[in-house]
Ligand binder design. Sequence first.
Ligand code: HEC
Length: 229
Amino acid sequence: MKLKSILLSAAACVAMLTSGLAFASGGGMVFKHADTDVTSQAQLLRGLTVFTDTCMGCHSAKYITYKGLMDYPELGISRAMADEFRGDNALSSGLHTELAPEDAVESYGKVPPDLSLVVPGRRGGVDYIYSLLTGYAHDESGRVDDGNYNTYFPGNRTAMPDPLGWLDHDAEDTAELEQQAHDVSAFLEFIADPHQNTRRDLGVYVMGFLLLLTLVLFLLKREVWKDVH
Ligand code: HEC
């Protein structure tokens, strides 16, 4: 009887935990999987290119500087590459769009948000970003114009005009557009927390060290107590 009630409480705990997780990961909305690898230099570099070529037409990532781009081994950016990206901007400057806020308001009705911290700042995180970029569709009800209707944007009406040209793209371009969306999502995931890889590696060393320490202490304890019966 006692065992049964313990098992029941354990099951209740697991159920509560998992329902909490489901809520945290999107509040009911199921996102596509962003499938990013923030340790892949190739993916991050492709993502950076999509970001500077396309997204920076409207968005900034002001907390990342051109110099910062060179500092992260994951990106492997040389000084020459940073110079190419920055043009006339100072090395210490953040990645600022040239779109003036008042022009943005005139064209899109609002100022596009800074993307430095958008991944942790949105429910669904990086999966949401990937889904948003590949989520433009026709509004079945006909209320929202093409190019503003997005399956994943809260309320489905977004002021961002389909940046990758997802709506009505040719079938043979699907893989290429998905790749761009994966890559730029990875880049945004990386810049929101550029030390995540270092931290993860350090965590592995710390765990290894603790295991070793436990073993040494265990052997030491056995040695010290060996004559006590
Ligand atoms: C032509 C201008 C333009 C371009 C180019 C553009 N965006 Fe946007 N973006 C916007 C605007 C405007 C908004 C605000 C949308 C809203 O709140 O309705 C926005 C919002 C966003 C958001 C926030 C959505 C939210 O939940 O609030 C993300 C993420 C985003 N854009 C990512 C990107 C990425 C990644 C690219 C490049 C592939 C890109 N954008 C290119 C104009 C643009």
